[in-house]
Design a protein around this ligand. Structure first.
Ligand code: AMP
Length: 285
């Protein structure tokens, strides 16, 4: 496994692979890898000749009062996990390599980033789309893998690729969960054992709403009421948003007459967690 830190070197590697006719799969991450990240990498390995993973805690997607400095990092452990996949190249630039003095060009997807996390994390998605656009120009992948866990990010990246004609196929991968249902996240490392227990309320609430949907309820308000009831049993969990949205446009909907997503963001102590489930069967018209 090769570790590359320089943009130019990464571009040269990818260009050479492309000239040999090899297909490149790419998994962008912020590191502190878990089974969710690894599931994306294994699928990338399966679907292409070469697998590149980036490890970059992207400063431009963190707000001034967010956790950029404390975000968990363990590059050596990440490398052990990536060797086992196996990954061909780890692209791990320093922030100054990605954002040199004078940097001033941004990529922004407008409508899709207004609601949900976008409403509470101003500038977050601008940072995401900008770094993903840069990474695509550096790694030059044929395929790039993103988790449904970050549902708004997935939809936003798909939109950016389509709007800006990036020649990259975006592959969406299902959310990997702990055995008790908690969605895997690098930020779970922040949780104390009591908080870890309380955090289960998120997936339980989404499950309750999904159950209600499968039982034939197609009113968003009914599903949300079901979810809120579960969340109310865990008063230490502070909900930031809980919404039923159109799975494609992410606009809030009141009737599940088209594919929908029920998405939540909540604070457990000082840790912000997100989760979602897609309610794909078309319900009442
Ligand atoms: P991150 O390192 O958190 O930026 O995540 C890197 C990629 O892994 C993103 O595409 C995430 O959506 C994806 N990812 C994170 N957690 C999970 C999970 N539990 N299941 C599947 N994919 C995930």
């Amino acid at each position: 496994m090769e570790v590359i830190k320089a943009v130019k070197e990464m571009q040269r590697w990818s260009e050479a692979a492309r000239l040999r006719g090899e297909r490149i799969a790419f998994v962008p991450t912020m590191g502190y890898l878990h089974e969710g990240h690894l599931s994306l990498m294994r699928e990338g390995r399966r679907r292409a000749d070469r697998l590149v993973v980036s490890i970059f805690v992207n400063p431009t997607q963190f707000g001034p009062r967010e956790d950029f400095n404390t975000y968990p990092r363990d590059f050596e452990r990440d490398c052990v996990l990536m060797e086992r996949v196996p990954v061909d190249v780890v692209f791990a630039p320093e922030p100054a390599e990605m954002y040199p003095q004078g940097f001033q060009t941004w990529v922004e997807t407008t409508e899709l980033t207004r609601g949900l996390c976008g409403a509470f994390r101003p500038g977050h998605f601008r940072g995401v789309t900008t770094v993903v656009a840069k990474l695509f120009n550096i790694v030059k992948p044929h395929l790039a893998f993103f988790g449904e866990k970050d549902y708004q990010q997935l939809r936003t990246v798909e939109r950016m690729v389509s709007d800006l004609n990036f020649d990259v196929e975006i592959v969406a991968m299902p959310t990997v969960r702990e055995p008790d249902g908690l969605a895997m996240s690098s930020r779970n490392a922040y949780l104390s054992s009591a908080e870890r227990q309380a955090a289960l309320a998120l997936s339980r609430a989404l499950n309750a709403a999904q159950r209600r949907f499968r039982e034939g309820s197609f009113l968003a308000e009914e599903l949300l009421a079901e979810a809120r009831q579960v969340l109310a049993q865990e008063p230490t969990v502070r909900v930031e948003y809980l919404e039923v949205a159109d799975a494609r446009t992410l606009e809030p909907i009141s009737k599940l007459d088209r594919p929908a997503v029920i998405a939540i963001a909540a604070w457990v102590g000082r840790t912000r967690l997100i989760d979602n489930v897609v309610l794909a069967d078309v319900g009442a018209q």
